[in-house]
Each structure stands twice: as C-alpha cells, then as structure tokens.
Design a protein around this ligand. Structure first.
Ligand SMILES: [Zn+2]
Length: 188
C-alpha cells in the first residue's frame, strides 16, 4: 500500500510572503495542539522533517466515509507528520499519465504525461503557465482543468496519512490566509 497524503495548497501566496505565512500557520497549528512544535523525521517529502500530530490532531480530521470505523491507524502510523512546503511545489491528486488536462478556453486537452515536463520546468524556475496548441492562449497551470484536484503553489501543507481534513479547518485556514486554497489528496 502506498502512503497517502492530504494537502492544502495556497495558490495565491507570493514567493516573498510564503515563509512568513508558513510560520504563522504553523504557529496557529502548534498553538491549537494540532501538531507539536519540534521538527522530527515524520514525513516523506523533500524537506528537513515535519511536525508530528499533537494532542488535538483529531479536531481537524473527520472519519473516512469509505471506512468510518477506522482512522486508518492514525495517528499511530508512520509517516504521520505535517509537511510544510515553502517554495514552488506541485501538489498532485491521483492522476495517471493518460488523464486529460483541459484548456479552459477551447476545451482542447493534453495527456498529463505531456504536461508533466512543463510542470517540472516550472519547478526549476520556468513559467507558471502553458500555451494551448489549439487556441494559442497562455493559461496558468492552476487554471487548466485538471481531472482531479492538483495545485502548483508557493505554499502548502501536506498531512501524511491523516484522515480527511474537516471543511471547518480548511475554511478557517482560508480566512486566515485570505487566499484561494486548493485541497486534494494523493495515494489510496
Ligand atoms: Zn485552448
């Protein structure tokens, strides 16, 4: 079984603001007891550690409708931490190579495997948009229609193996940041 993560991406955060916003969000979560303040080896991402669940972690999660009896062993699983991603990060849902990524202007589509190199280029500092070969419109990666939620952001939270996050949590976070958020999950 693959590892599962729930993520929330701030698609409006500017690169210069992302570190401060990340610190503020983390401070709120630590203050609420959702995660602990110490950074430890509890996440899988390319970051120097994450933040393990705190005593009130369950206040921001909800039982999985598919498996209401269990929280999947949470929080006693590994990895089980919060990863805070600052800087260009691609947040993918469960997407396959031949899934369609669709132009919002003309409905032409590209298979994901064709878009992936463009995303890789963005991660390395390239443009955050993609030109449609049919209508020639240049559209931000986030504005293309993705078959499952995906986001390309300067700031995001990734909860490893956490049950679904409550809408209340996401709404509070959105209010605090004052930005558009995209939520999704990867893994089964
Ligand atoms: Zn188009």
């Amino acid at each position: 079984m693959g590892e599962r993560s729930r993520w929330v991406a701030d698609v409006d955060a500017h690169p210069g603001d992302a570190p401060d916003l990340a610190r503020a969000v983390l401070g709120r979560l630590v203050g609420a007891g959702v995660v602990v303040a110490e950074r430890t080896d509890c996440v899988l991402g390319d970051v120097p550690g994450g933040y393990a669940p705190g005593p009130c972690a369950s206040t921001i999660v909800t039982a999985d409708p598919v498996d209401p009896a269990a929280l999947g062993g949470f929080p006693d699983v590994w990895p089980n931490g919060l990863e805070v991603d600052v800087g260009r990060t691609a947040f993918y849902g469960n997407i396959r190579e031949d899934d369609r990524v669709t132009c919002p202007h003309c409905a032409a589509w590209l298979p994901f495997e064709t878009v992936l190199p463009e995303v890789e280029e963005w991660l390395e500092g390239g443009p955050d948009s993609l030109v449609c070969a049919r209508c020639t419109a240049r559209t931000a990666l986030n504005a293309w229609q993705w078959p499952v939620p995906c986001a390309f952001a300067q700031l995001g939270l990734r909860f490893w193996n956490w049950p679904p996050l409550t809408q209340t949590f996401v709404d509070d976070l959105k209010r605090h940041l004052g930005h558009r958020l995209v939520t999704g999950h990867s893994g089964t």
